[in-house]
Design a protein around this ligand. Structure first.
Ligand code: ADP
Length: 482
């Protein structure tokens, strides 16, 4: 089977969040299952700076774009039957950020990602790589499926191509003005409720849901949640209509990158039988946040997250004083919305000995937090899958999460009597519920003889990609029967 995956960010080339981890790891686990795979993404400035081993395989390919012949180049990174293809067009992708500055999205994002999507289809044709399945991720690649259905409807090259559309976050839909349709090569008639129109705008993600052979999302729980008005972002009706073709496949972890025994970013390796290394990591983490005076037995709570409303920072900010009163220290690494940056910075000014804060995207520091914290806090309003709870488990850092989406699927409440569970979770979205759950964790943390087995149990949880990759393979195989 030939599979072409389209994603706007892929590890190690570019990353802003979980999509990049997934689009980088899943192909590595699919390829040994006998698939011929190409992963297509844009070539960003960030990628160029990394000096990764890329080879230009197409010097210049021209395509019709907004009434003109427009050239682009293609770079490749190849390992056997797995190839990563990067579309280079500097006008669109040679910028400081992937999607926008801290002040807001780039105004031409609709055009940029439609260009990427169309160039990806043209690249496949040029290379003679006729995909059995196009697997598009999120709104940035969703529009490829609209192009495939309409602009390429008569193209025999794609006559037998099926498609899978994966939603990593339903809240980001790619909404643009109606005028864009003509510019990206789609007929104006698609601006109707049955097609791409959505409350007066063109909705790229809606195209992915409508025109794909099947839709998937990144946990079973989230696949159900998005069919309700609460989580459906006004697309729940459409998703309910497609529910027979809607699947939930949990993301996995690439334990080659996320393993405390081999992690090159942490000061001392450790494993379930050697937890002294974790103590060293805790000291190192506290040093990195200038919290050197914090005592060894003090519970340290870590957070690595986009600073966004989705991630629960309003209830975190509301809880800070109580958290500090409980004698815990919080370390936060994140980038994003200014309101949360300001609120956290102000709290840090007020309680410098209890709150460590770094406003940045920092891969190396993120590993130090997973390794050096005692607990990991994820109080999300909603969470399609969530990777950080799975990473922290492997590093023996006990997750305290809100029971939603993938967090609910992966974390079971610890039960002292039964000795079951791998973390703590709360239902209600409130500071009170967060604090009550955190309190349970902090109380248990004081009882070393009980805490240690929980840490070891957490480390033994297995969310490796092998299982989920096989589920994707089975779904690819089923698509031809749909
Ligand atoms: P989302 O995709 O919604 O942001 P996920 O939990 O699926 O959330 O994935 C987040 C990924 O991004 C994880 O790999 C996490 O470590 C990483 N990450 C988030 N914020 C930062 C940051 N400020 N610095 C480094 N890594 C980060």
């Amino acid at each position: 089977m030939k599979i072409a995956m389209l994603a706007s960010e892929v590890v190690p080339f570019a990353k802003t969040g979980g999509l990049a981890d997934v689009a980088g790891a899943l192909p590595k686990f699919l390829s040994p299952l006998g698939l011929d795979l190409r992963v297509l993404m844009p070539l960003y400035r960030e990628t160029k700076k990394k000096n990764l081993p890329l080879r230009r395989i197409i010097e210049s390919l021209e395509m019709d774009w907004n009434g003109e012949k427009t050239p682009f180049s293609v770079w490749e990174s190849r390992e056997g039957t797995l190839g990563f293809l990067l579309i280079e067009r500097d006008e669109y992708f040679d910028r400081d950020f992937l999607y926008g500055t801290p002040q807001g999205d780039y105004p031409d994002n609709g055009e940029r990602f439609a260009f990427f999507s169309k160039a990806a289809l043209e690249t496949l044709k040029h290379l003679g790589f006729r995909p059995d399945v196009i697997h598009a991720h999120d709104w940035q690649a969703a529009i490829a499926l609209a192009l495939l259905k309409f602009a390429y409807a008569q193209d025999p090259f794609f006559a037998y191509t099926r498609s899978l559309f994966t939603i990593h976050n339903l809240a980001y839909q790619g909404l643009f003005e109606k005028e864009l349709l003509g510019r990206i090569g789609l007929p104006d008639v698609l601006f109707s409720m049955e097609d791409l129109e959505f409350f007066g705008k063109v909705n790229y993600l809606k195209g992915g849901i409508l025109y794909s052979t099947a839709v998937s999302t990144v946990s079973r729980r989230y696949s159900q949640e998005i069919q309700t008005p609460e989580f459906g972002y006004r697309l729940d009706g459409l998703l309910r209509k497609r529910r027979n073709r809607l699947f939930g496949i949990l993301n996995g972890v690439d334990y080659a990158d996320w393993n405390p025994a081999t992690d090159k970013f942490i000061i001392r390796p450790f494993d379930p039988t050697y937890l002294d290394g974790k103590k060293e990591c805790k000291k190192d983490l506290l040093r990195a946040f200038s919290l050197d005076t914090v005592k060894e037995e003090t519970p340290v709570i870590g957070m690595v997250s986009r600073l966004a409303g989705q991630k629960g920072f309003d209830i975190v900010c509301e809880s800070l004083e109580e958290i500090f009163k409980m004698g815990a220290v919080l370390v936060v690494l994140g980038t994003g919305e200014e309101v949360f940056q300001k609120a956290l910075s102000a709290a840090r000014e007020k309680s410098p000995g209890s709150l460590g804060l770094k406003i940045a995207f920092d891969e190396s520091l993120s590993h130090k937090i997973y390794a050096g914290s005692d607990m990991f806090l994820i109080p999300s309003r909603y969470e399609p899958c969530g990777l950080t709870q799975m990473y922290s488990l492997r590093y023996g850092t006990v997750p305290v999460v809100r029971a939603t989406g993938g967090l609910d699927d992966t974390i079971q409440e610890y039960d002292a009597a039964q000795g079951t569970g791998n973390g703590f979770k709360f239902q209600e979205y409130s500071a009170a519920a967060l604090l009550s759950s955190l309190k349970k964790a902090i109380t248990l943390h004081r009882q070393k003889e009980r805490w240690r087995p929980l840490v070891q149990k957490a480390m033994a949880c297995d969310f490796s990609w092998e299982i989920s990759a096989r589920e994707y393979l089975r779904l690819y195989q089923r698509l031809s029967a749909f």
